[in-house]
Each structure stands twice: as C-alpha cells, then as structure tokens.
Design a protein around this ligand. Structure first.
Ligand SMILES: CC(C)(COP(=O)(O)OP(=O)(O)OC[C@H]1O[C@@H](n2cnc3c(N)ncnc32)[C@H](O)[C@@H]1OP(=O)(O)O)[C@@H](O)C(=O)NCCC(=O)NCCS
Length: 427
C-alpha cells in the first residue's frame, strides 16, 4: 500500500514585482533564504531530511541543478540528495508530487520541495550567429583563424537575447495565447477586470487581517542587509474597478482585452514545503497542515487554447480522489490571466464542453464564488513561475486550517498547454 503523504510546513518569501526590491538577489539567494528559514521554523531535525526537490522555470546555466545548490547553500547536511524539476508554472507542484511519490513508495521519509523564480536575474544569451562564431573561434589554431570566425557576424547579432515568455512551438507569447482564449470563449474585458479587482481586493484584505503573517517570511536585502522586505509589493490596496477600465490592452493593442491590470505580473519570489510520510510526522510529534490526497496532470494542443488544460486535469484529480466538486470546500486556481481563470471556470461548468472534450462525462461543475481564491491569487500576489505551486499548497492548507474546513482542489495552468491539479485534505 502506498504511504500517505503529509505536508507539515510551508513558507514563502514576499512576492515582488521584478526589477524592484529583490533585484540584487538571485534565484539561488531567494531559494536558499526560504529553505533555511522553513527548516528552522518547522523544527524538523535536519538529519531526518532525505531529499530536496526544487525548480526554477528559467534556468541558470551556471547551476543546472539549482535544487542541489540551494540544499548546499542552506546548510542542509551534504547527504541530502537533490534534483531539479521543470513543468513551467506548475514546477513546484511537480516538486511536490515527485517527492510525494517517492515518500509514498518508501524511498524517502522526509523531503523539502518548492520552487523559485528571479525575473530580475534572467540569463541573457547571445544571438545564434554570435554564439556560433565563438564556438568556431575556439577551434581556430591561429589568431587569424580565431578572428576570421567573427567575419560573418553583423552588428544586429551583437544584441543580447533575453528569454521569451513565448511558446516555443507556436511563437505566441502567453499574453497573446490568453487573448486567443478570451476571444474564443467570449470572456469580456469587464469580466476580466472584475476578476482582477476581486483578486486585489481579497489579497489586500488578507494582508490587512494578518492571514499571511505565518506563511510569508521577511527577507533582508543587499547591499547592507539592513532593510527587511516583509510584504508582497504588487497587491493594490486601493484597487477600484474604474482603474482597470482605463488600462490599454497590451498583447493585442487594437482589439485585445488583456491589460497590465488583469494579467499576472513578472515577479520574483520563492516558496517551499516540508513533506513526509504520515508515520514519520507522528514519530516526530509534528502536526501536519494537511495531506496530499490525489493529483493529476493533463495536456492539450498548444495551438488550441494554451491555458485550458486545467479543464482536464482538475476533473481527473477529483476522480482519482474519489470525490466530486461538491465534496470540496475550497478551490484555489492559479491566476495567470483573468481570461484564463474565467475560461477554466466556464469549461468546468459546461455540459457542452464535457460532451465535446470529456467524452460526455458529467461536467465537473460550477464553483461557487465564496469557495474560490478567498485570499487573492497570482494576479494580485504575483507569479514567480517556479514558486507558485508551493505558494498555492501552503496558502490553501493554511486557509483550510484557519476556516476549519476539510478539503481543497488546486488548479494550475502552465506553458506548453499543460494543466496540473491536486486534492488536499486536512484530516
Ligand atoms: C502585462 C505586462 C506586460 C505589464 O507589464 P508592465 O508594463 O511592467 O506593468 P506595470 O505594472 O508597469 O503596469 C502598467 C501600468 O498599468 C497600471 N496598472 C497595473 N495594474 C493596475 C491596476 N490593477 N489598476 C490600475 N492601474 C494598474 C500601472 O500602474 C502602470 O501604470 P503607469 O504606466 O502609469 O505606471 C507584464 O506584467 C506581463 O508580461 N505579464 C504577463 C506575464 C505572464 O505571461 N504571465 C503568465 C505566465 S503563465
């Protein structure tokens, strides 16, 4: 029998707009900070940790296995083995489920899982012709040979190339793909703006009433490490619906509906969880925040609707949990774009969608508003790609504990037209 997996502790850094207060911290710095503090706070004996599974969506070529680097930099025992995962915006959901499988099978007892993203510190690469010239030059035997390799490089090839937030297979950016979804699913600008306003209003209320106090650490920033960043800096405390209506579309300037207000922003941050077998938690006298009951991944054609795979992964996770939507107390949806959230919700509730895409199965159902994202989501809190999955799991379990409720469904859309979902339970 597979062993039951407990989530014992979780923590995240504040999530901040890229190129602001964390601009001098790397992904390694942010990941290390969160893991160090999480381990201290959780009181898990470090010699009990078997493994660390972490991920960043935009990798740094200098540290291809960032998980191991964070484990070493955080001072975990050298015997803690570590590997890195990547599943776009569901990366730290993948960290969780990969390590959870190993715990369920008895390979690990205790693992640290999570993810990080520093959009302030993305690797900038060379153009293809310039990179090729460097490779050719390195093979040259004489100085003349070495210089000759650069003879076909044009001035335009000298421009550095930042990583694109675009689908490799379609060439479309995330925003352009979300525009396509908004149009095909009939999601209006007004509905998107109302969702974004809801997200900011709920996140601002959660910060004001202390909801996030235990799940967000303080981070000291360079150069003097005297200033502490204590809160997310993207949440709009003065959000008004009228404010959103004034913003111009970004990805389709003429006919579009996606703006800086109803899209998730480019963000820096890290999040991590401590997970272990239920028996281990009992043996260590630790009270779990909750348990992983099921999970599922799905994929669709990126040329169709890039962020619609949660329409498949969420019902699959519920089925694996042996549950229906009515058995779920809380639904947490990753908000890449308001248009994507509203498209996913529409598909879950649609008989037509179920007939056309789920082989005539019962639709998953309509999610009551009061059950969804009660403390905001990625539009307001921010979305450091690699960290969002772990942020969601921690936030969801803490909300279940605070409200005395029992079950939750988490849904994440991800680049590559992937969908991720998991069911969590408190008891
Ligand atoms: C949409 C995007 C291009 C906007 O980037 P940006 O221009 O840096 O955004 P800003 O935060 O500067 O906002 C632009 C303006 O809108 C305003 N604004 C943003 N949100 C607002 C809101 N909720 N209410 C009122 N005004 C708002 C800002 O104040 C700013 O105004 P200013 O120009 O007068 O200062 C960027 O966030 C992005 O690329 N997001 C998508 C990331 C992505 O792909 N996520 C999905 C991954 S699955």
């Amino acid at each position: 029998m597979p062993r039951r997996v407990a989530i014992v502790a979780g923590l995240r850094t504040p999530f901040v707009k890229a190129a602001t207060v964390f601009k001098d911290l790397t992904a390694l710095d942010l990941g290390t900070a969160v893991v160090k503090e999480l381990v201290q706070r959780s009181e898990v004996p470090v010699d009990q940790i078997d493994a660390m599974v972490f991920g960043a969506v935009i990798p740094n070529v200098a540290m291809p296995n960032i998980s191991r680097e964070i484990a070493l930099a955080a001072g975990l025992p050298k015997k803690v083995e570590a590997y890195s995962v990547s599943r776009a915006c569901a990366t730290s959901m993948q960290s969780l489920t990969s390590a959870a499988d190993s715990i369920a099978l008895g390979e690990y007892d205790v693992a640290i899982v999570g993810g990080v993203e520093s959009m302030s510190d993305v690797p900038i690469s060379l153009s293809k012709p310039l990179a090729q010239a460097f490779v050719d030059s390195s093979k040259g035997k004489t100085i003349v040979d070495k210089l000759k390799a650069f003879s076909s490089v044009h001035a335009r090839d000298l421009v550095p190339v930042p990583p694109a937030i675009a689908e490799y297979s379609t060439g479309l950016t995330m925003g352009e793909s979300a525009e396509k979804m908004a149009k095909e699913n009939g999601i209006s600008r007004e509905a998107q703006d109302a969702w974004a306003h809801r997200s900011h209003s709920k996140a601002a209320a959660a910060w004001a009433n202390g909801t996030f106090a235990k799940e967000v650490m303080h981070v000291l920033v360079p150069p003097k490490f005297e200033t502490a960043i204590t809160e997310d800096n993207l949440v709009r405390k003065d959000s008004t619906l009228e404010g959103y209506a004034k913003l111009k579309p970004v990805f389709d300037r003429k006919y579009g509906s996606i703006t800086a207000g109803n899209a998730s922003p480019l963000t820096d941050g890290a999040a991590a969880l401590v997970i272990m077998s239920e028996e281990k938690a009992k043996a260590l006298g630790l009270k779990p925040l909750g348990f992983l009951r099921s999970y599922a991944y799905a994929a669709v054609d990126p040329k169709w609707q890039l962020l619609q795979a949660p329409a498949f992964s969420a019902p699959k996770a519920l089925k694996r949990a042996g549950m229906k939507l009515k058995d779920i107390d809380l639904v947490e949806i990753h908000e890449a774009f308001a248009a994507q959230v509203l498209s996913n919700l529409q598909a879950w509730g649609s008989k037509k969608f179920a007939d056309e895409h789920l082989g005539g199965a019962e639709p998953m159902g309509e999610v009551p508003d009061e059950k969804m994202n009660p403390n905001g989501g990625s539009i307001s809190l921010g979305h450091p790609f690699g960290a969002t999955g772990a942020r969601l799991v921690n936030q969801t379990l803490r909300e279940l504990n605070a409200s005395g409720k029992g079950t939750a469904l988490i849904s994440i859309c991800a680049a590559g037209a992937l969908g991720a979902a998991c069911v969590l339970e408190r008891e």
